[in-house]
Design a protein around this ligand. Structure first.
Ligand code: NI
Length: 254
């Protein structure tokens, strides 16, 4: 009799624990990404006819401060897609980038490949990165770039967040030298471009330092991704990957 009763109590406790666990997990996951209603307002300051959004992935790193110096000297604003485990190593650099007016986006906490990761694991990695970035800057990142650009159309809908891809890669991740990255930057620069770079690479930072004043002299303005994609009055939307935004045209989304 005693045995049956304790078995019953054990069963009830098990059910209670399961319910609490499910509630806790779903509460954690539901914090992750907007639920379809995006509360993000950006007043675009883009005035130039030729505007470019430079985007830097995988940092912050030891070369980022040097990049921030030259951005500040040239009144250029960019977007950093930050990896959480790097942000933990360089919190002051990230805080400086945020304080100086650059847009801070997420590039996941541990640079996961969405093609090889379950939806739940992707969500918890994204949540972790949001928390790391918010703890350092005081603001939750809204924009996300999937590592390697790998995200399926189904995941785009399921994650319901603002994805930013790119229109041009400088191929700097391929181990190219400064001269190559510089030449590529100078040749691919065009109005509305979202350009992929990596501030973790010394050669990239060297190339950008050279290119920025020269492109500025050609009339280019360097702006944040959120400013670029709202330059024509469009509202920011979730579930589609932004790749570029030309003057007088809606942001191209595929
Ligand atoms: Ni990356």
């Amino acid at each position: 009799m005693e045995k049956i009763r304790s078995k019953k109590i054990y069963k009830i406790l098990k059910i209670i624990f399961s319910v609490v666990a499910v509630l806790l997990i779903s509460a954690t996951l539901s914090r992750s990404v907007p639920d379809g209603t995006l509360d993000y307002v950006c007043k675009s300051n883009v005035t130039a006819k030729k505007a470019i959004a430079l985007t830097f992935d995988d940092g912050p790193g030891k070369h980022t401060e040097r990049l921030l110096d030259v951005l500040s000297e040239n009144d250029a604003k960019v977007t950093f897609f930050v990896v959480g485990n790097k942000a933990e190593k360089y919190p002051e650099t990230l805080k400086r980038a945020y304080d100086e007016g650059h847009l801070i986006g997420s590039h996941t906490y541990s640079h996961i490949d969405f093609y090889k990761t379950s939806l739940d694991d992707i969500k918890s990695d994204i949540i972790k990165n949001i928390e790391v970035i918010e703890n350092i800057t005081g603001k939750k990142p809204v924009f996300l770039r999937a590592p390697y650009g790998n995200v399926t159309p189904v995941q785009l809908k399921q994650l319901d967040t603002v994805f930013v891809h790119w229109s041009v890669s400088t191929l700097d991740w391929y181990g190219e030298e400064e001269e190559f990255v510089y030449n590529r930057l100078m040749s691919v620069a065009k109005d509305g471009a979202i350009i992929l770079l990596h501030d973790t690479r010394e050669t990239t930072v060297d190339a950008v330092l050279r290119a920025i004043p020269e492109l500025k002299a050609q009339g280019y303005e360097f702006v944040r991704v959120d400013e670029l994609i709202t330059r024509n009055g469009d509202e920011i939307r979730t579930g589609i990957p932004y790749r570029s935004c030309k003057q007088d045209k809606s942001p191209l989304a595929y």
